[in-house]
Design a binder for this molecule. Sequence first.
Ligand code: FE2
Length: 472
Amino acid sequence: MAVLGSSSYCSVAVVGAVLVLVLVLNGADLCNGGKTSTFVRKVEKTVDMPLDSDVFRVPPGYNAPQQVHITQGDHVGKGVIVSWVTPDEPGSSVVFYWNENSEHKEKAKGKVSRYEFYNYTSGHIHHCTLNNLLYNTKYYYEVGIGHTVRKFWFITPPEVGPDVPYTFGLIGDLGQSFDSNRTLTHYEHNPQKGQTVLFVGDLSYADNYPNHDNVRWDTWGRFVERSVAYQPWIWTAGNHELDFAPELGENKPFKPYTHRYHVPYRRSNSTAPFWYSIKRASAYIIVLSSYSAYGKYTPQYKWLEEELPKVNRTETPWLIVMMHSPWYNSYNYHYMEGETMRVMYESWFVQYKVDVVFAGHVHAYERSERVSNIKYNIVNGLCTPVHDLSAPVYITIGDGGNLEGLATNMTEPQPKYSAFREASFGHAIFDIKNRTHAYYSWHRNQDGYAVEADSMWFFNRIWHPIDDSTSV
Ligand SMILES: [Fe+2]
């Protein structure tokens, strides 16, 4: 073992003292962050709704379609993927659809499949893409045959363009507890009327049941149908979608999720359904996967590297990124789990001026200032988040209300980059007004939809890139 000479020891001591000083100064700089809400939620156990709950009711009739859900089916909003399950036999994979001003029913044929997971066999899962729809038009659609035909409707988004107003809802980590039901109800009743849900991952939490009881994937599908059959939910894969269970002989990650929830990933040249992009109205939405490889040379890395330069902010001013595991999170839960992905991609987000990043995973709410932390190069010690007007705002909205309960324990003091945090369940609305302004609000469940517990005017990073920080 080498022994340090006295001069080496001396310089090590000096470096050590400087380091301590830097740490103390940094510590001071990191204190006195934004606001930790004083709202104290009554601590109650979060429990799943029992199987015989009305929200899980099976529609009447033999083999009636259930778990109906829609998502965007192309890159620009003229396509819709309609999905549903028939429990007893395949039935029909056809969707009949017509616009509200037409008597003529059109017909699209989808595909049906089923999967097995340990001792569970799924129903017959149908996916059918409707293409070349008219923009900004109400369509009715029907699935099922005979006297089990079920009818729903949706409204297509306006044509992609820079000043098209559009209202997104934000829900994450929903699960199927009584709190989940409250969150969904408050979203549905919010007078701001979300037109599409950006869902940041962790859907059913079926994997928390013995043998990942996939019956809880079915109940979740029936629970959310009342919203997602009528407006698209844009899906992000979370860790509860992995269902990786070698102890059960289930070695293929994302098996139930990929069978049940299709996304239009090929339309954005992605090679896997876990990362993809869509345009919708004035927004360009990039979905990333915290649980797929994202290092250099991986498919996701290469895709994102080619994707970001394609975003034309003259056409879609608002650049929104969704992922499951947050990069900026000051709760003592999942602390720094997003760090490795942040190291890989954060400089791109700053370079391409992403407006906002939505994540889930932490079962609480948090909004960051516009910060970046991209100067560090192993030896320079520059590893503190700094105010950066080219950086996105990071919002953690993993507060849907699943059975794992709330994350109530926060790191103290609140870091400077954290603008607002509160341990409550809720949902949010991102309401785009035009190319320069969007109004964002978060609604805690205790107040229903009526109270905005946190809000912010977003100024677009390309068209109005002035400071929109909420704390002076
Ligand atoms: Fe999660």
